[in-house]
Design a binder for this molecule. Structure first.
Ligand code: SF4
Ligand code: SF4
Length: 216
C-alpha cells in the first residue's frame, strides 16, 4: 500500500501529465494564517485538515484569449485548470479511495489565497508586481487548487533566486494606475482599473496584464 506522501507525489506527476505546467502540495492548516489572510483579517482556508494540491497553468502572451473573461464562464485558461483539477480529484477517489474536490476560485466561495499557497508550496516567489514568479514562466502562471482528504508534511524549503532586486522595476513603471507608487501594491488602485475594464467591455473582458507582461 502506498504512503500518503507517495500518493501526493503521484498526484503531482499526474497533474503535469494532464497539462498543468507546475504543481505542488501544501497542508491545509498552513494556509489558515497565511500572509494575505493575516493582512486581510480573513482566514486563509476554511479547512485545517487535508492537503491542497496547487495546479499552475502557463498563460502564454501569444494566446491572450486564455485570459478573456466571460460572465458565468470565467476564462478558457481557468476552465482548463478546472478540468485538470476535477480529473485529479476523480483519480484520487477512484484509484486510492481518497475524497477530493476542485475548490472554488473565489475566497468567498470557499477558495484559498492561491498565490500564498503557490509560494508556500515552493512553486515560486512573490515578485514586486504582487504576482508569483515561477522559474521558467515568470508571472505568467494562473493557479487553481484541489483539496484532498490526505495528510501531508510541510513542503521542503526551495531556494529560488529573486530577480526583483536586480531589475529596474518594469512592472512598477508600466502600471497605468500607479498601483506600486507607495512601494507596496495597492489592490484598490488595481481594482479601479479592473472595474473600468469590465465597464468598457461587453461580453468578453480583456483585463489589464501590464505588470505581468512587462516582467522579463
Ligand atoms: S518586472 Fe522586475 S521588479 Fe517587477 S516582478 Fe518582474 S523582475 Fe520583479
Ligand atoms: S494589473 Fe494593471 S492596473 Fe493592476 S497593478 Fe498590474 S499594471 Fe497596474
Amino acid at each position: 500500500m502506498k504512503s500518503d506522501s507517495e500518493i501526493l507525489r503521484e498526484a503531482v506527476r499526474h497533474a503535469l501529465r494532464l497539462g498543468a505546467d507546475v504543481a505542488g502540495t501544501i497542508p491545509a492548516a498552513m494556509l489558515k494564517n497565511c500572509p494575505s489572510a493575516e493582512a486581510d483579517g480573513n482566514q486563509g482556508s476554511v479547512r485545517d485538515d487535508g492537503t491542497y494540491i496547487i495546479l499552475g497553468l502557463f498563460h502564454d502572451p501569444a494566446t491572450p484569449e486564455m485570459d478573456h473573461w466571460e460572465e458565468g464562464r470565467g476564462t478558457p485558461g481557468d476552465r482548463q485548470l478546472g478540468a485538470i483539477g476535477r480529473s485529479i480529484a476523480g483519480w484520487l477517489n477512484e484509484t486510492h479511495g481518497i475524497t477530493a474536490e476542485l475548490i472554488p476560485y473565489q475566497l468567498d466561495d470557499g477558495g484559498i489565497y492561491l498565490k500564498d499557497a503557490a509560494v508556500i508550496a515552493g512553486i515560486g516567489i512573490m515578485g514586486r508586481n504582487n504576482l508569483v514568479l515561477v522559474p521558467g514562466f515568470g508571472p505568467r502562471i494562473r493557479f487553481r487548487a484541489v483539496w484532498a482528504n490526505i495528510e501531508s508534511n510541510p513542503p521542503a524549503p526551495v531556494d529560488l533566486t529573486n530577480p526583483c532586486p536586480e531589475c529596474p522595476g518594469y512592472c512598477i513603471s508600466t502600471c497605468p494606475m500607479g498601483a506600486f507608487e507607495t512601494g507596496t501594491y495597492s489592490r484598490q488602485r488595481c481594482m479601479q482599473r479592473m472595474n473600468a475594464d469590465k465597464k468598457r467591455a461587453r461580453e468578453i473582458i480583456d483585463h489589464c496584464r501590464a505588470c505581468e507582461l512587462a516582467c522579463p
